[in-house]
Design a binder for this molecule. Structure first.
Ligand SMILES: [Zn+2]
Ligand SMILES: [Zn+2]
Length: 264
């Protein structure tokens, strides 16, 4: 059983600051193993207020793709919740080095609450968390150290492609893992801004090259939201013949059912 719950699908400072979409990250269940990926602002409240609630004390690990606040705002409070306020030392934290050292976002006292801190580096792993093997991607082109993650469990792979600029070699790195599901952050629609984020057209090209069974777009900025992500997902699906979903807050993706439906 693999299930991904989207506790927030907003991206970029404007959307997150106004909470036009929530920023709680993704709660992933792989059998009995539970991981919280990119717990942005409001992650704890979103997890506990979900029906049924996500219980931080059952988490096996917390994973950060990078330290920007829309991905890490609640990381310390989630570590406290996972470890019962630090009284039960447990769980894994997997994050890039610059999230943990230097101008870090994970406070040193909170780092001591977890059982194991794994420092993500480029194309590293597998890091074993519970029953899941996590490998990191090629280094993304982003203002801070950023890696995507490939989660493998029970013969299936879910890849998460977080924020970053498009470059040659990005898609092939993900394609090499042959993911069943590709979750991709799409902040921008079409513009000529010189920023470290992909546009919708670049994301479509990545989806085409990686060719997952199911693609999920999320982490939307305002321009994407104005364009209606559901409509855009349908456009990608029709163009590429790849099942494509635009995530919404509190969306639950049942990976086994989704993949089985395609096979049937
Ligand atoms: Zn972001
Ligand atoms: Zn970022």
């Amino acid at each position: 059983m693999i299930e991904i719950l989207f506790l927030g699908t907003g991206g970029a400072r404007f959307v997150v600051a106004r909470q036009i979409r929530a920023s709680g990250g993704m709660w992933m269940r792989f059998g009995d193993t539970q991981l919280h990926v990119d717990p942005g602002p409001g992650a704890l409240v979103r997890a506990l207020s979900h029906v049924p609630p996500c219980n931080p004390r059952e988490l096996d690990g917390i994973v950060l793709s990078h330290k920007h606040l829309d991905h890490s705002g609640d990381v310390n409070v989630m570590i406290e919740a996972m470890t019962s306020g630090g009284f039960r030392r447990r769980g894994v934290l997997l994050a890039p080095r610059d999230a943990i050292e230097g101008e870090h976002v994970v406070l040193p006292y909170a780092q001591r609450f977890v059982e194991r801190v794994d420092i993500a580096s480029e194309r590293s792993g597998p890091y074993r968390i519970g029953e899941v093997d996590v490998c990191t991607s090629i280094k993304h082109v982003h203002a801070v150290e950023t890696y995507g993650m490939h989660f493998t469990y029970g013969g299936r792979t879910v890849s998460y492609l977080p924020c970053g600029r498009y470059f040659d070699g990005l898609a092939s790195d993900y394609a090499a893992h042959d993911p069943d599901v590709l979750i991709i952050n799409v902040l921008r629609f079409r513009d000529s801004m010189d920023v470290d984020h992909m546009t919708f057209d670049q994301a479509r090209s990545v989806i085409a090259q990686v060719h997952p069974r199911v693609a999920v777009m999320q982490h939307f900025g305002t321009k994407m939201l104005e364009q209606d992500p559901v409509r855009l997902a349908r456009e990608v699906e029709d163009d590429l013949g790849i099942r494509t979903i635009a995530a919404h807050d509190n969306m639950r993706l049942d990976v086994d059912t989704e993949v089985a439906a395609l096979a049937g």
